[in-house]
Write a protein that binds this ligand. Structure first.
Ligand code: GRF
Length: 210
């Protein structure tokens, strides 16, 4: 499957990649990308936001920014994660999405969706990967006595938090930090890193399509 399979006519006209963002909660990274995409020279438009959680505050944030936002609740699908992902995949394709951005999407994807978007799906993780994949990254960095922490934007592969790194941002761990204070410092770095790494990825992809 080539990257050109999902080029929407509008994207071709404007020369901007159509991005779909998957969220589950606050959506602060999503909001940072929507904000960055307002710049005329930003290489992407946010075509669609999808949340598996209908109560996610990020849905209202997206709509307030005039971005289409859908809740595709996982609960009616029960244990059938594949069927839930097919509904997500279908919405992404209907909206002409070319690049998928995971931004606090709190469900582990099945290999089906990962393979369908291979090379075109990004995630942000709140640690300096390969350190601390998985949960509780800030508590683990503090417990290890690390001098610095940070965040990583990477391509999504079947291994959780394992894909090729596209960018990292570092922050100091300060004396007396709690997971909450460190998380707040890292989050500020995330909001700078994610829009930049996404833009760089899309610009690079135009010259060397996957
Ligand atoms: C961020 O810490 C991100 O690194 C992780 O989930 C959190 C999402 O926060 N993957 P938000 O919903 O973008 O505010």
């Amino acid at each position: 499957m080539s990257g050109g399979d999902h080029v929407h006519p509008a994207a071709t006209r404007q020369g901007k990649a159509r991005v779909g963002i998957l969220i589950s909660g606050a959506g602060s990274n999503m909001a940072a990308i929507i904000e960055a995409a307002k710049a005329t020279d930003y290489p992407a438009d946010v075509a669609l936001v999808i949340s598996n959680n209908p109560e996610a505050p990020g849905l209202a944030l997206a709509r307030a920014a005039a971005v289409e936002a859908l809740a595709i609740d996982h609960r009616p699908f029960g244990k059938d994660r594949h069927a839930h992902e097919l509904a997500i995949d279908s919405a992404l394709r209907t909206h002409g999405v070319e690049v998928v951005v995971l931004a606090g999407y709190m469900r582990i994807l099945t290999a089906h969706l990962v393979r369908a978007w291979e090379g075109r799906m990004l995630n942000i993780h709140p640690s300096l990967l390969p350190k601390y994949p998985g949960l509780d990254t800030h508590a683990r960095a503090i417990a290890a006595g690390d001098a610095e922490a940070g965040c990583t934007v990477h391509l999504v592969t079947e291994g959780v938090d394992e894909g090729p790194v596209l960018g990292q941002a570092r922050v100091p761990v300060e004396a007396g930090d709690t997971p909450e204070t460190l998380s707040a410092r890292v989050r500020v770095a995330e909001h700078r890193l994610y829009p930049e790494a996404l833009a760089a990825f899309i610009r690079q992809r135009k010259t060397a399509p996957v």
